[in-house]
Design a protein around this ligand. Structure first.
Ligand code: ADP
Length: 179
C-alpha cells in the first residue's frame, strides 16, 4: 500500500468488490449491461439490482449507451459500497483518438458523480487497462496528474483509493505515478 497527498490517495492491491468505501467505480462498457473483468465481478457480487438500474438508465437518459468518458450512478446492491459509479474508459487505438483526454474524463466525471452524491470515500479500478488495452504506465501518469490537480483545488471527495488487481499492475502504477 502506498499513501499520497497526505492520505487523500491510497494505492493498493485488492478486489474492488470488497472495498468498504461509499462508492466504487466500475470500468463499464457503453451498453451498461455487464461485461467481463471488473464489470463482471461488480455485477456478480452486487447482484441484480445494479443491472436493473443500469437497464433503466438505458431506457431513459442514455438509450444509445453511455458515451466514453461519462459516468452514471446506481445502487451498490449487495456490495459494502452504497453506490456504484459506472464509467466507460476509452479503448486504446494507439493514442491518436483522444484516448488520454477520455481517460481523464472518465476519472473526473466519476468524481463529479461522487460529489453530487455527497460521498467522501471512493475507490477506482485501473480503468481501461484491462481488455481495453490502455498502456498501464501511461494511465498511471494521466491518472496521478488528474487526481493531483483535483486535490489541489476545491474538493468534496476526501479519499480516493486506487485498487489494483495484482501486484504487477500496482508496481507499474507506483513506478510511473507523478504525484
Ligand atoms: P477495461 O475494459 O476498462 O479495460 P477491465 O475490467 O478489463 O476494464 O480491466 C480494468 C482493470 O480492472 C484491469 O487492470 C483488471 O485487472 C482489473 N480488475 C479486474 N477485476 C477486478 C477486481 N475485482 N477488482 C479490482 N480490479 C479488477
Amino acid at each position: 500500500m502506498k499513501i499520497y497527498l497526505n492520505g487523500k490517495i491510497i494505492a493498493c492491491v485488492g478486489d474492488i468488490t470488497l472495498e468498504d468505501v461509499d462508492a466504487i467505480v466500475n470500468a463499464a462498457n457503453s451498453s451498461l449491461l455487464g461485461g467481463g473483468g471488473v464489470d463482471g465481478a461488480i455485477h456478480r457480487v452486487g447482484g441484480i439490482k445494479i443491472l436493473e438500474e443500469c437497464k433503466k438508465i438505458r431506457q431513459t437518459v442514455y438509450p444509445d449507451g453511455l458515451p466514453t468518458g461519462q459516468a452514471v450512478v446506481t445502487t451498490g446492491g449487495n456490495l459494502k459500497a452504497k453506490y456504484v459509479i459506472h464509467t466507460v474508459g476509452p479503448i486504446w487505438y494507439g493514442g491518436k483518438k483522444n484516448e488520454d483526454q477520455l481517460l481523464a474524463n472518465a476519472y473526473l466525471n466519476s468524481i463529479k458523480e461522487a460529489e453530487n452524491l455527497g460521498v467522501k470515500k471512493i475507490a477506482f479500478p485501473a480503468i481501461s487497462t484491462g481488455v481495453y488495452g490502455f498502456p498501464k504506465d501511461r494511465a498511471a501518469r494521466i491518472v496521478s496528474n488528474v487526481l493531483r490537480e483535483y486535490f489541489k483545488g476545491e474538493h468534496k471527495v476526501e479519499l480516493i483509493k486506487l485498487v489494483f488487481f495484482n501486484e504487477e499492475d500496482y508496481d507499474i502504477f507506483i513506478k510511473n505515478a507523478e504525484f
